[in-house]
Design a protein around this ligand. Sequence first.
Ligand code: HBI
Length: 363
Amino acid sequence: MQNNLSSSPALKLLFVSTPVGGLGTGLGGGVELSLYNIAKEMLRRGHTLQIVAPSGSLCNEFPIIEIPGNLQIIAQSQERNDPITMPVNSVLANMWEYARQVQGEYDLIVNFAYDWLPFYLTPFFKTAIAHLVSMGSLSDALDQIICQVSQAFPHTIGFYTHSQGATFPNLISPLYYLSSGIDLSLYEFCDKPKNQLAWLGRISPEKAVEDAVEVAVKTNIPLKIMGKIQDEQYWQKICNDYPNAPIEYLGFLSTDKMQSVVRECKAVLMTPRWVEAFGNVTIEALACGVPVISYSRGGPAEIIQDGKTGFLVEPDSVTGLIDAVLKLDTINRQACRQQAETDFSLNALGLRLENWFQTILHR
Ligand code: HBI
């Protein structure tokens, strides 16, 4: 039945979400936005889909099958050689038990969890599984199982970026680099920013918001901070270390509220301590015409056009960030919006995903 925008036949897709939090709570970080945007674009292209996610998911646009159970601990909080752990009544196990039961109703299952179980279960499923890996290498056990799946099921491992994929050892090609994409109509361009900076992301040590706070203190430019506080103690320490910083924490905001703040900023600062797999924040800023100043590592380093749509800075160098802030008036904000339209529209993302899915199903 050719009832969709693209040439490929309509697919029946089952998306199985991350087990670290309900969709829309912010606990799932970037992968929540990815899943939501990919779902929106696949529906627009005429495919049908069902989303399986932990209970407590908030999403008024799509029907979600909410699965009860205990959340998985976040992979970033574990050591590289930690054993795989599963809580009693694991929501991850419950979601994949549901997927096993209904798999016959779908052409393809898409896994959004950065967890050992879905990779291990792949050979036990009759329906093909596409794995969208949402972070760089963090654990030996996961590296090993991802490597095994890439060997046994070619084409089924997808990353956001090359630098993210490069952190995994012994992967077998072909691998897929999907980049990301956002609904650009939700982000409004602003040419006349206020004298303020922004930092967005999960407030957790690997994101190093303290470096952005230090920039605010040293330049005395107000910093707007947005995102879910994942590590309360870590955030409290920062507030205690910088009691007089010109910062304002605005919470985890909806896309619309977030972009209404970001668009009025001179720049967004990105201070990843780890190899950021992609950094949706980067393209959300560009979509508002806001240049991005980021440490030159991971996804943002593959997105930002240094000197044109932002600045790439020596990793972990706060003075490097400050030097870049002082050069911001050399950036044309229209160029930032233009890059988002060219590379990161939902249509561009949908094409990359569709090609990937069709390759898995028809290789
Ligand atoms: N940790 N165990 C686990 N599983 C995930 O799916 C996961 C995670 N940590 C973070 C995360 N997903 C998302 O925030 C990614 O977008 C980074």
